[in-house]
Design a protein around this ligand. Structure first.
Ligand code: MF3
Ligand code: CO
Length: 253
């Protein structure tokens, strides 16, 4: 396993990749409403990414056929946008997006309610987001990777939620997926020691019910086995000498 350490110049490019992706996510968030199709979200997202002079890194990644992963309700991640999948009031929708700027990748996900949603659904979204922030309290030089994983998992599990085991976060840089893998639950091994200049995509995927997931016949869409709702929240994070820097969440906290 080799974890890349970015130089000051590379960090500047990662920052810019992150900043541009944050703009995309903010606009996509404003676009969500009942009646649009999941394909509408993908089309708009691709247009935004290209409009910013960037390349959608998910498009054709291992054959993935879209620029934005759109996952509704019991879909955990990697939902494939479709013209006949229309968002309904009360749905929750996870948008996972990424781009390449001058050779450097960024990756981030948000989960939104469509119109009015249940209190239970809102809590799942809020806890998933909060679990990311619990995790990055340990995204500091000198800590070990497992402390991030354990903090995310412990927080989500304290609400009785299922923390997805089969998918993990990852290092990111000149490739979308680099070492190390970053699970969202406690590990038996402490994992790598964090060093300034590492860039990590930390991405809790949390189910309202059990943690088990399965794959649909399209070979991409991951769904909860028990049919419960699932939420996803992700940012690209830089390890520094001090506080972690959230590259995909700077201006609009
Ligand atoms: N954020 C997702 C991940 O880290 C990226 C989706 S990859 C794609 O796995 F192939 F679905 F595009
Ligand atoms: Co990711």
């Amino acid at each position: 396993m080799s974890v890349s350490i970015k130089s000051a110049k590379e960090i500047d490019l990662m920052r810019e990749a992150g900043r541009r992706l944050e703009i995309v996510h903010t606009k996509l968030g404003e676009f969500i409403k009942p009646g649009i199709s999941t394909k509408d979200i993908d089309r708009y997202g691709e247009e935004l990414i290209r409009g910013l002079g960037c390349i959608p890194n998910f498009l054709n990644y291992n054959g993935y056929p879209a620029s934005i992963c759109v996952s509704v309700n019991d879909e955990v991640v990697h939902g494939i946008p479709r013209t006949d999948h229309i968002l309904q009031e009360g749905d929750i929708v996870s948008l996972d997006a990424g781009l390449i700027y001058k050779g450097f990748h960024s990756d981030a996900a948000r989960t939104y309610g469509v119109g009015e949603i249940s209190k239970e659904a809102q809590q799942l979204i809020d806890v998933t987001r909060e679990s990311f922030f619990k995790g990055i309290e340990f995204a500091r030089a000198g800590y070990h990777l497992h402390e991030i994983s354990a903090a995310i998992g412990a927080y989500a599990e304290s609400f009785g939620y299922g923390v997805v085991r089969d998918l993990v976060g990852h290092g990111i840089g000149t490739s979308l997926h680099e070492d190390p893998q970053i699970p969202n639950f406690a590990q038996k091994r402490r994992g790598i020691k964090l060093v300034p200049g590492m860039t990590l995509a930390i991405e809790p995927m949390i189910n309202a019910g059990r943690y088990d997931v399965c794959w649909l016949d399209d070979d991409w869409t991951v769904v909860t086995e028990d049919g419960s709702l699932s939420a996803h929240y992700e940012n690209t994070v830089l390890i520094t000498d001090g506080e972690p820097e959230i590259l995909t969440l700077n201006t609009m906290r």
